[in-house]
Design a protein around this ligand. Structure first.
Ligand code: PLP
Length: 388
């Protein structure tokens, strides 16, 4: 059961939970309204207004592909977000291609959308899967991957950036390795990477992400895939999105998603530079108090800092921070309705206490150093004040 969290006592709001979701940019909300008004016709209608909407929808696909330098071989399927993209990519591909093989490789610290999609294929459709372990930095090893490949492997799904600890996988190297295995399709959950980490996706076959993680609107996302890949549609119906995802298109969401991808991809280097000093401030404090905190992040990704409390309960500390107007998360928002441990931190530490008491601070370019200093000060106070 989720505990009722009270209204913060202080009149301030410091939002440091950007890996859960980001605040939509006001210009994107405006854009959504304007497109809803000016382009309300159904892009599938053949009249002039429908054609106008259709052209803008196609242009939006182009903006996304262009921002990711994927103009030639890939295409965009608009979805309601990463979860849907991942389900469509993984299940759609495996079910459509099951005659080619029934073995899947993934990692032990994937988001549940990936793990559960694969598990369903195992439980209900006789697939076999291996979830590779990760090293102490939360990364998959190329040797492990190579050793796991079988004659009947048809899919490898590895996340670009882990949502809990921010570890970055060697996606480009994995893609290069898999080029020697033409039967295998490589899917990347890039939800925490798009707009944040510079990656070359050229040799990646399928890429999933959400708009709300990059200041876009909720329920927007896309599956980008190589055109030659065939999928069994999960949504059957009127044949929109090349038949892969039926249902009347939400053009305003598609347009805002394209704009969000473009805005954030263009700012990656600037954001990274900007954020490094801020996350370094928190990392320094945590490193100076090793008796209290166990660091689960390496610091290579300035967007996410994850640590475990050695002597206190994370839920109590997160609540106390919330009472003081500071929003961070414990485990991952996707799990927080059940009493759970972080699979990711458990995989790294093999320590239930550390895995149960994780705190994730996730930054955004709009956060200031002043806000991080307040977080550190309040965290330090709380740790000294609370008993649990
Ligand atoms: N994959 C990763 C790495 C995520 O961080 C998330 C959300 O936290 C998802 C997938 C699912 O995204 P959504 O809830 O937007 O569908």
């Amino acid at each position: 059961m989720r505990r009722k969290i009270q209204m913060p006592l202080k009149n301030r709001r410091i939002y440091l939970d950007n890996a859960s979701t980001t605040k939509p940019y006001p210009e994107l909300i405006e854009l959504y309204k304007r497109i809803s008004d000016d382009y309300f016709a159904n892009p599938s209608s053949i009249h002039f207004e429908g054609q106008k909407a259709h052209d803008l929808l196609e242009k939006s696909r182009g903006v996304i592909l262009d921002a990711l330098h994927l103009e030639k071989e890939h295409e965009v399927i608009f979805t309601s977000g990463a979860t849907e993209s991942i389900n469509l990519g993984i299940k759609g591909y495996c079910l459509q291609n099951k005659n080619r093989g029934k073995h899947i490789i993934s990692s032990a610290i994937e988001h549940p959308a990936v793990k559960e999609s694969i598990q369903q294929l195992v439980d209900c459709f006789d697939f076999e899967a291996i979830f590779l372990p990760v090293d102490k930095n939360g990364k998959v090893s190329l040797d492990d991957l190579k050793a796991a490949i079988r004659e009947d492997t048809i899919l490898v799904s590895i996340m670009a950036v882990n949502n809990e600890i921010g570890s970055i996988n060697p996606i480009e190297d994995i893609a290069k390795l898999l080029k020697d295995y033409p039967k295998i399709v490589f899917h990347v959950d890039a939800t925490q990477a798009i707009g944040k980490i510079n990656l070359n996706y050229q040799d990646v076959d399928m890429i999933s992400f959400s708009g709300h993680k990059i200041h876009g609107l909720h329920s927007s996302g896309a599956l980008i895939k190589k055109k030659k890949i065939t999928l069994l549609p999960i949504n059957s119906g009127g044949g929109q999105e090349n038949g892969f995802r039926s249902g009347t298109n939400d053009l305003p969401l598609a347009v805002t998603l394209a704009k969000a991808v473009k805005l954030e991809q263009d700012k990656i280097d600037e954001n990274k530079r900007d954020l490094s000093a801020k996350s370094a401030y928190l990392l320094e404090y945590l490193n100076n108090h090793k008796d209290l905190y166990h660091l689960n992040s390496t610091g290579e990704n300035p967007f996410i800092v994850n640590f475990s409390l050695k002597t206190k309960k994370a839920s109590v500390v997160v609540e106390a921070l919330s009472n003081r107007g500071i929003m961070v998360s414990s485990i991952s928002a996707c799990h927080s309705r059940k009493e759970a441990i972080s699979d990711t931190v458990f995989e790294l530490t093999k320590d239930v206490n550390l895995a149960h008491n994780t705190v994730r601070v996730s930054f955004d370019s709009n956060n200031t150093l002043e806000e991080v200093k307040i977080l550190v000060e309040e965290l330090d106070n709380i740790i000294k004040e609370i008993k649990q």
